[in-house]
Design a protein around this ligand. Structure first.
Ligand code: AHR
Length: 512
């Protein structure tokens, strides 16, 4: 049995979690929109064609904000194609995913869906094939009350009230050669600054995010972020980063250590943003938006494969089937997000339905929860509050994490503690512990010193574990992997102790 301990104090906090930390992402990609959130004719569909079975699972998952409409898709998107009478909307070739986009779902349908799902909308604008002009028109269409061409067009389309979208992404992954009209940092920095300026002239209340580096191993990593922020610092509030964890190497220990590489990535982007501020002697601090994150590696596709398939509408692509092991790495990323609550103020699980998603559907059939659904739902439900600084004493292990995305530098060395944890206190005096046991063989004894909390009692204690790390949930057995009760959490005055199974994700909720 491995021995570990955790100490925290109610008065020592990292920062408060922003509700936008618990966001997700819907892209026009595969069956995320069509056959995912929107499927007119499905037995559960409402009058607008929104799948109610999916909405029920979304409500259980509890995302707070949803990024839309891409992703790579947005870099070729004409937003005007997706508004107005559906029979007049054009079908277009989507060069991001080599599909045909029918445009029967667009901005207004998305806003309606967000209302029904009770989530905030986060919009991305096309700074690939388009630029500041299309972006400022979209802001006018969405947010201006009326009396102008674009706002009156929205009204004539049947949406008299403005949508009041606050959070906007200035393009997507513009440092990636796979992007339509990929740009250099100078080109993107200038376009992002001009678009931001005009969008804020239309609506000064906007919150804007510029594209930082797509991944830590991009060849332009660091230099890209520095230059883009030099151009945009005064105009933006957030810098974005993306992360997809993988187990290409079949090295589970390294895979479970990969959330620590995400910790390094976040710390480095914070350092760059603060260096740009320091050069200006500015007190302003940019926040980070991890506006795409997940595990993704089995269903990555080469452009050449896509071409062979023709131009289908809503093909079943990127439908990653998540394992127990994926849920553990994913849980590690949840802990990483919580522990950066001071600077990561928005994040989007990519994506929501079918496409690298916590929710799967069969077109015309049922919907179910993937393994990664559980850590996210628990984080969103119990992660609201003040994240405490936790002193963890745990043995560590060394790993080499392989990440082929973006450049030649494929192996990241990492030294990971067997126990990865986040602790979140709330105003009512309760506290939630998120505990990942990364030891693949041994049980773990955890002793917790909870200072300044007084006597607590266990309100909820669960563990996510399966003897088979490759176990999945599917249509036939949708609850094969699910949280079970964690017994024998021993609570004493000012502390607690418990034993965790090897390779397990555990959540404990304590209340006074
Ligand atoms: O989420 C899938 C894709 O991953 C997005 O379209 C893109 O931004 C990223 O490369």
């Amino acid at each position: 049995m491995r021995k570990t301990s955790i100490m925290f104090d109610r008065d020592f906090a990292i920062g408060a979690t922003d509700p936008r930390l618990f966001g997700a992402f819907v892209e026009h990609l595969g069956r995320c929109v069509y056959g995912g959130i929107y499927e007119p004719g499905h037995p559960s569909a409402d009058a607008k064609g929104f799948r109610r079975d999916v909405l029920d699972l979304v409500k259980e998952l509890r995302p707070t904000i949803i990024r839309y409409p891409g992703g790579n898709f947005v870099s070729g998107y004409n937003w005007e194609d997706g508004v107005g009478p559906k029979d007049k909307r054009p079908k277009r070739l989507d060069l991001a995913w080599f599909s045909t986009e029918p445009n029967t779902f667009g901005t207004n349908e998305f806003m309606d869906w967000c209302k029904t799902a009770n989530v905030e909308a986060m919009m991305a604008v096309n700074l690939g094939t388009r630029g500041g002009d299309a972006a400022r028109n979209l802001v006018e269409y969405c947010n201006h009350a009326g009396g102008t061409y674009w706002s009156d067009l929205r009204k004539s389309h049947g949406w008299p009230q403005p949508h009041n979208v606050k959070f906007w992404c200035l393009g997507n992954e513009m440092d990636g050669p796979w992007q339509m009209e990929h740009k250099t940092a100078t080109e993107y920095g200038r376009i992002a600054a001009e678009a931001a300026k005009m969008m804020k002239w239309v609506d000064p209340t906007l919150t804007l995010a510029a594209c930082g580096s797509t991944a830590r191993n991009m060849p332009t990593y660091g230099r890209w972020d520095d230059e883009v922020l030099e151009h945009t610092f005064e105009l933006i509030d957030f810098v974005s980063l993306h992360t997809y964890l993988n187990n290409y190497a079949g090295d589970t220990a390294a895979f479970l250590a990969s959330p620590d590489v995400l910790d390094y990535f976040i710390d480095e982007v914070v350092a760059i943003a603060d260096a740009v501020a320091a050069r200006r002697r500015a007190h302003k601090r940019l926040m980070l938006t991890l506006d795409e994150w997940n595990v993704w590696y089995r269903t990555r596709r080469k452009r050449a494969d896509r071409v062979k398939e023709g131009w289908p509408i809503a093909p079943a692509i990127l439908e990653e089937i998540y394992t127990m092991e994926d849920a553990l790495a994913f849980g590690g990323a949840c802990i990483c997000l919580l522990n950066h609550a001071d600077r990561v103020k928005a994040a989007c699980l990519a994506q929501l339905v079918n496409v690298i998603a916590p929710i799967m559907t069969e077109t015309g059939g049922p919907a179910w929860r993937q393994t990664i659904f559980w850590p996210f739902a628990q984080m969103s439900r119990l992660g609201r509050g003040s994240v405490l600084k936790a002193k963890v004493i745990s043995d560590t292990y060394r790993a080499s994490y392989y990440d082929p995305r973006g450049s030649e530098d494929h192996h990241f060395p990492v030294e990971a503690a067997y126990l990865k944890t986040a602790v979140v206190a709330d105003v009512a005096g309760g506290v939630s512990l998120f505990l990942l046991n990364r030891d693949l063989q041994q049980e773990m004894r955890v002793t917790v010193d909870a200072r300044n909390f007084g006597r607590l009692s266990v309100k909820e204690a669960t563990q996510l574990h399966h003897v088979d790390l490759k176990a999945i949930n599917d249509k036939e057995v949708p609850m094969r992997v699910k949280p079970e009760r964690l017994d024998h959490v021993e609570v004493g005055a000012g502390g607690l102790a418990m034993t965790l199974l090897p390779a397990s994700w555990n959540v404990i909720r304590l209340e006074p």
